[in-house]
Design a protein around this ligand. Sequence first.
Ligand SMILES: NC(=O)c1ccc[n+]([C@@H]2O[C@H](COP(=O)([O-])OP(=O)(O)OC[C@H]3O[C@@H](n4cnc5c(N)ncnc54)[C@H](OP(=O)(O)O)[C@@H]3O)[C@@H](O)[C@H]2O)c1
Length: 315
Amino acid sequence: MKAIILQKAGGVKNLEVVEMDKPTIKSDEVLVKVATIGINPVDVKARAYEAVLGWIYEDKRPVVLGWDIAGEVVEVGEHVSRFKIGDQVFGMVRFFGNGQAYAEYVASPASHLALKPVNVSHEQAAASSMVATTAYQALVDVAQIKRGDRVVIHGASGGVGHLAVQIAKHFGAYVIGISSGKNRDFVLSLGADEHVDYTAENFKTTLKDIDIVLDTIQGATLLDSVDVVRSKGMIVTLPSPEIPAEVKTKADEKQVYVEFMMVASKQETILAIAQLLEAEILKPHIDKAFAFDEIGLAHRALETNHVVGKVVVNV
Ligand SMILES: NC(=O)c1ccc[n+]([C@@H]2O[C@H](COP(=O)([O-])OP(=O)(O)OC[C@H]3O[C@@H](n4cnc5c(N)ncnc54)[C@H](OP(=O)(O)O)[C@@H]3O)[C@@H](O)[C@H]2O)c1
């Protein structure tokens, strides 16, 4: 099969398309013939920085990057009852860990996959795996979102943000989406009640009494978010587990909870995402689709930090 390997961290030229053996499956796994791969910022960070690559894959080299897939089940492990050959599936495979998704065939624990709803394309399904799981686990599992909450989503036009807006609206929240002005209409079209253009104004001058902030940016965005959250409200931050001392001190003074969350492959989450996709409550947006041998272009697109929705790669 064709796969994309990485021997060491660095530029996109380090991503090499090679031939390798198909993976073999364990009794609780299925083999998926991949139609589409979803590309995420963590793929780019692991490709670019040895520290991130080593954190995830330890000393294993070469690695096959990637976690998000959609495709067809072609082999089923003896202890798997939820899937059969020919099923169309999607999911985030083995995160945090070695998902090996940049390949024509991927061996995945059955518990990390759900049936792809028929009204959703492989591209949309692959695009929904890590980012929808992240948005769902952050808002529902960690922040325990409820009807009437005032929720701020930073990066509301990006991968996590555009689905987080839709999930927060589904749970009855009042949603304020933050992006640049060029994506204002897109963010409002997702259902956001208000939009703030971070290039034109600082959100902390107009927002207050926020119950939940989903922070996809960190830096000054995280620090300023503490100012807008009510006492006992919560910020869920995603880019890095390192929360600066300045943020912790300010949050303690204001009694604001700041939680880093790491997304995890879980059957209950991917099943919840599948239901929301089927009901057309979640509508993933594809910014650009690339071919398998254009993986470098897909990484470069994400490196702009201005993707609208998701970047995917068709196999
Ligand atoms: N901890 C975890 O488990 C976890 C899981 C998933 C993702 N993440 C992390 O979360 C971050 C976001 O991921 P993603 O997939 O959503 O990334 P993404 O799709 O690349 O996000 C791009 C979006 O961010 C917006 N943006 C850029 N700067 C902004 C700012 N200062 N304020 C508000 N919006 C801004 C851009 O909007 P404009 O073009 O309008 O500027 C763009 O639409 C990444 O660091 C990723 O590694 C962590």
